[in-house]
Ligand binder design. Structure first.
Ligand code: ADP
Length: 432
């Protein structure tokens, strides 16, 4: 099926845009996985540190309890008939520390158990964790003993089931949270990486689109020049005069020159290292000069070019760049206005800003195209604009110049009624 070149170029761009997204999708996924893995690593390290701190806190509190018990009970141990006893002490039930006390044992000098209170873990002397299981319950104890009155040993044991359970519970919770952390990190990572990648992807697409557009724009004049040169070669060989061909080639090469100059200017205007030579400039003077420069072109086209309200407005700017900015707007206004139409220019200070308007009674711009007209190579009607020698860079250059002067450009338009461009720039006052 036949497709016109503009249509096929559009579908090529659409396909290109889909292709351009793929590497960024892959990048986003890779970043998400890395984000989730790093989050898991941070979580694991933090959780393990918390576990170590928690367990050492529990251990030291058990140690403190054991020491406290020994120092509380030690003085209560009596020597009766050469044998250690705690009978008097055991009668004093209800003492506060008894509640946490599980086992108190007395051993003779040979290490033989002589007295015992509470349910024991083990019946031997030991300092440390008693891994043996109690006869009565499945418990674990920590124990400590001291020598008493040179006649034997006092040993206390504390059941550590609660603390062991707490540690096991803590570890289980940490493990159970691993998938939750992984999924949450992946969701957040995906959203976060999407946001991080979006501007890069956007810039890449703009760059890609720009390269495509530039290539497309350059193709036509280059083709015209080479075809014209071939024809010319043949004509010379046949000794024919063919001035039309030379004119065509020179028009195409002029277009190429405009395009490359425009691209170079845009690149320099958008360079972060841009350093415009600025001086106080009266924009009314620039507009006055443009009125003279464009008078002949407007007359030739049968368009009335006039200035209304031309008032002085000083700005700190680069006169050449500002002249280029306004001449692009005036050139467009004349280009897109039919015979008998009017282009009005004005300048002055409005709302504390230096303001220039370029207003025409031309073809206007459809509302759906307004947002794109400042894009490079965008044209509302590509074939018509190209026929008129337009390079499609005028408004992007105008916008870049305005932005380099910290100003703004605004457009209002109605199809078949006309268009008004308003440029505002910070006004210059000598006292600043
Ligand atoms: P071009 O070189 O094609 O004029 P520009 O960047 O200057 O490129 O303008 C982009 C498009 O905006 C034009 O192709 C045209 O469709 C539209 N445009 C710009 N100025 C006017 C205007 N004064 N009236 C109507 N359309 C305009």
């Amino acid at each position: 099926m036949f497709r016109n070149p503009v249509q096929s170029y559009q579908s090529y761009l659409a396909q290109q845009s889909r292709d351009d997204e793929r590497p960024f999708k892959i990048l986003r996924n890779k970043l998400t996985v890395s984000f989730a893995l790093v989050s898991l690593l941070i979580y694991s390290i933090t959780a393990l540190m918390a576990l170590v701190i928690f367990s050492s806190f529990l251990n030291s509190s058990i140690k403190t309890n054991l020491n406290r018990l020994l120092s509380d009970i030690g003085p209560a141990v009596k020597l009766e008939d050469g044998r250690l006893t705690l009978k008097d002490w055991s009668e004093m039930a209800g003492r506060e520390h008894l509640r946490i006390l599980h086992v108190v044992q007395l051993f003779d000098r040979a290490g033989k158990l002589t007295e015992e209170y509470g349910v024991p873990g083990v019946r031997t002397l030991s300092n440390g964790i008693l891994n043996e299981v109690s006869r009565y319950r499945h418990l674990q104890f920590r124990s400590k003993f001291i020598s008493v009155l040179n006649a034997g040993y006092l040993q206390v044991q504390i059941e550590t089931k609660q603390t062991d359970d707490a540690l096991a519970h803590f570890l289980n919770t940490i493990l159970m949270l691993v998938p939750v952390v992984a999924v949450t990190a992946a969701i957040f990572g995906y959203a976060f990486c999407g946001k991080a990648v979006a501007p890069i992807s956007q810039n890449f697409k703009l760059l890609r689109r720009f390269v495509d557009d530039a290539g497309h724009e350059l193709k036509t004049p280059v083709a015209v020049i080479s075809a014209s040169l071939e024809t010319l070669e043949r004509a010379i060989a046949e000794d024919h005069q063919n001035t039309g061909v030379i004119e065509k080639a020179s028009r195409a090469s002029q277009r190429l020159r405009n395009l490359s100059n425009g691209l170079i200017l845009l690149a320099s205007l958008e360079s972060p290292a841009l350093n415009l030579d600025c001086e106080p400039v009266d924009i009314a003077t620039i507009i006055g000069q443009l009125l003279e420069d464009f008078k002949e072109i407007a007359d030739q086209k049968g368009v009335i070019l006039i200035a209304t309200d031309l008032h002085a407005a000083m700005v700190l700017g680069n006169a050449d760049a500002l002249s280029r900015l306004f001449s692009n707007l005036v050139e467009n206004a004349i280009r897109y206005t039919a015979i008998g139409g009017t282009v009005k220019l004005s300048s002055g200070i409005k709302h504390g800003l230096a303001t220039v308007t370029v207003e025409d009674t031309g073809v206007g711009i459809p509302s759906e195209s307004i947002a794109q007209i400042f894009d490079r190579f965008y044209r509302v009607d590509p074939s018509r604009a190209r026929d008129q020698g337009a390079a499609g860079l005028g408004l992007s250059i105008a916008k870049a110049i305005v932005e380099a002067h910290s100003g703004s450009i605004n457009v209002e338009s109605k199809p078949n009624e006309g268009t008004r461009f308003t440029v505002t720039l910070p006004k210059y006052s000598a006292t600043l």
